[in-house]
Design a protein around this ligand. Structure first.
Ligand SMILES: NC(=O)c1ccc[n+]([C@@H]2O[C@H](COP(=O)([O-])OP(=O)(O)OC[C@H]3O[C@@H](n4cnc5c(N)ncnc54)[C@H](OP(=O)(O)O)[C@@H]3O)[C@@H](O)[C@H]2O)c1
Length: 194
């Protein structure tokens, strides 16, 4: 039985033209030097308190490989000690006990395994997995952080969406570093004939 209190959130940062990484996977453009005087600042402790509300993470293998690369460069592991489910059909290195690999039906993982156990389930990319999550109707909300930059081409936020997904704008916040965070709730599709 699905935990009706559970919430599946997709969160990523993208360029204004809708890319989450360059074609070769680089995310060097995530660091920007903008300043928006009227923007909000992140109070110390806010980010940690917010991250504490997340119960588990889900990501695709290519996002995992980026996370491992960052860790190898001394930039740390962004997902703390939270259970992290990595989707892959490959045999990838596992550097910590909190990482679990999964291959197969994503709806089965989310509805059969994650929703009964976790309240706040965060999909953190990449584009392929976010697209799959929306296509299967598994997401409740989307957090979209738009960075003040255009990169021309790259990996799209949602790969291979084959239908419209109606959203409800539930929140907007602009920050001093020029990032605009949009929060959308996913509207359930209307029943046929209604
Ligand atoms: N800007 C941001 O906020 C942000 C966030 C996240 C990622 N990124 C960037 O986005 C890029 C990665 O995105 P991406 O769209 O290329 O890839 P991705 O979504 O991270 O990973 C896709 C891969 O996951 C595996 N997979 C997906 N669904 C599966 C399933 N149901 N069962 C088994 N395996 C499954 C497959 O890999 P296998 O071949 O292993 O089976 C698939 O090729 C990276 O460059 C990353 O740095 C940016």
């Amino acid at each position: 039985m699905a935990n009706t209190d559970s919430r599946v959130t997709i969160h990523m940062a993208a360029s204004l033209d809708g890319f989450i990484a360059r074609k070769d996977g680089r995310v060097d453009w995530l660091e920007t030097a903008d300043h928006f005087a009227d923007g909000a600042t992140l109070e110390p402790g806010f980010v940690d308190a917010f991250l504490a509300t997340i119960d588990c993470y889900v990501m695709g293998s290519r996002t995992y490989e980026t996370a491992l690369r960052f860790e190898g460069q001394g930039l740390g592991w962004s997902y703390g000690d939270k259970p992290t489910f990595v989707l892959t059909t490959r045999d990838l290195p596992r550097t910590r006990d909190t990482v679990e690999f999964y291959s197969g039906d994503l709806a089965r993982l989310v509805n059969g395994r994650l929703r009964p156990t976790f309240r706040s389930i965060w999909f953190v990319g990449g584009g392929a997995v976010s697209g799959e999550c929306l296509r299967l109707g598994l997401a409740d909300e989307v957090y979209y952080s738009i960075l003040p930059i255009l990169i021309g081409e790259g990996i799209a936020f949602f790969e291979k969406l084959d239908r419209d997904v109606a959203l409800h704008l539930a929140g907007v916040k602009a920050y001093q570093n020029g990032v605009v965070e949009l929060r959308y709730e996913v509207r359930q599709p209307l029943a046929k004939g209604s």
